[in-house]
Ligand binder design. Structure first.
Ligand code: AMP
Ligand code: ZN
Ligand code: FE
Ligand code: FE
Length: 280
């Protein structure tokens, strides 16, 4: 049976591997299908396309979008949308701006707590990647303000610590509309303990197409429960390793191990195909 990983990150956002290195790594691990789901950008996916073609790996268009919903930042995985669709590109550009503004606010918030950090340091850490909290965490580690990446999140960068920061991320309603109009499908990323069952039901009623049941943060019972919810609502089951590159998160050892079966990949592609036929 073919193995797939539909959740990975590269240097185009907060991953450590370049798109090319990621595809080569996937090939070494025997993955047949992969999706690069960088945070709010498809640059890594676009860069990886020719390499995937050369190696004979199936690369599905993907992106992990941060959407505003009920006062939370929710992560939504989008797949198989038309990557040239102007509304998708406009959405991602808005998200990039929202990330930059948010980071200015985060740095400001840290400075007010007496933390010696500057926005230029975080920008330098992000390089050409879409800026995010892991880049700020790296700065804090490099400057020995914290002892580890994890500590940076616990002390300064968790959602709880940043709950008063206003963001301009797109609404979930808009994300669903734009991606589906571009022939794409959407899955709730790593729902784990994040949402109540009422919230999951609400997202389903809003038009979400799938649930990321398979994720390194889900134990077997969690995976089974979400899979049941997905099946009883005729939703897609998606999954992947959420690989960010060595050392960046606890999930990295699961690359090539936490995988999705090819029957789920086929269902996803079929749904996206049907949607494209309806859209046109
Ligand atoms: P952002 O896109 O700026 O909201 O940052 C989200 C990313 O931060 C996630 O994809 C992870 O890579 C990382 N992250 C979030 N929470 C933690 C945590 N508690 N420990 C380590 N990394 C985290
Ligand atoms: Zn990330
Ligand atoms: Fe995520
Ligand atoms: Fe992710």
């Amino acid at each position: 049976m073919g193995k797939a990983d539909l959740h990975t990150h590269t240097t185009a956002s907060d991953g450590a591997y370049t798109p090319e290195k990621l595809i080569r790594h996937a090939n070494d691990k025997g993955l047949e299908t992969i999706s690069i789901t960088d945070h709010d950008t498809i640059k890594g996916y676009l860069e990886a396309k020719p390499i995937a073609k050369e190696l004979g790996i199936e690369l599905l268009p993907g992106v992990e979008i941060t959407a505003s919903w009920m006062g939370m930042e929710t992560h939504i995985l989008a797949y198989c949308f038309d990557e040239t669709d102007q509304d998708v590109l406009k959405l991602l550009l808005g998200q990039k701006r929202a990330r930059k503004k948010r980071m200015v606010s985060i740095v400001d918030h840290l400075q007010k707590q007496g933390v010696d950090i500057d926005i230029e340091e975080v920008k330098a850490e992000a390089g050409r990647g879409n800026i995010g909290r892991p880049h700020a965490a790296e700065v804090l580690v490099n400057k020995r303000i914290v002892a580890s990446f994890g500590e940076a999140f616990i002390r300064y960068l968790s959602s709880e610590k940043l709950k008063d920061i206003q963001t301009e991320y797109s609404s979930l309603e808009n994300v669903i509309k734009v991606i589906q109009n571009a022939g794409g499908v959407l899955s709730i990323a790593h729902p784990g303990p994040m949402y109540s069952s009422r919230q999951i039901t609400k997202m389903i009623s809003m038009g979400i197409d799938g649930i990321e049941c398979i994720h390194p943060s889900h134990n077997f019972a969690v995976q089974r429960n979400f899979s049941k919810t997905a099946s009883s609502n005729n939703l897609l089951i998606t999954g992947g390793s959420d690989f960010h590159g060595k050392g960046k998160t606890d999930y990295d050892p699961y690359f090539g191990i936490v995988t999705l079966g090819d029957q789920h990949v086929s269902s996803l592609k079929r749904m996206a195909q049907r949607r494209k036929e309806m859209v046109v």
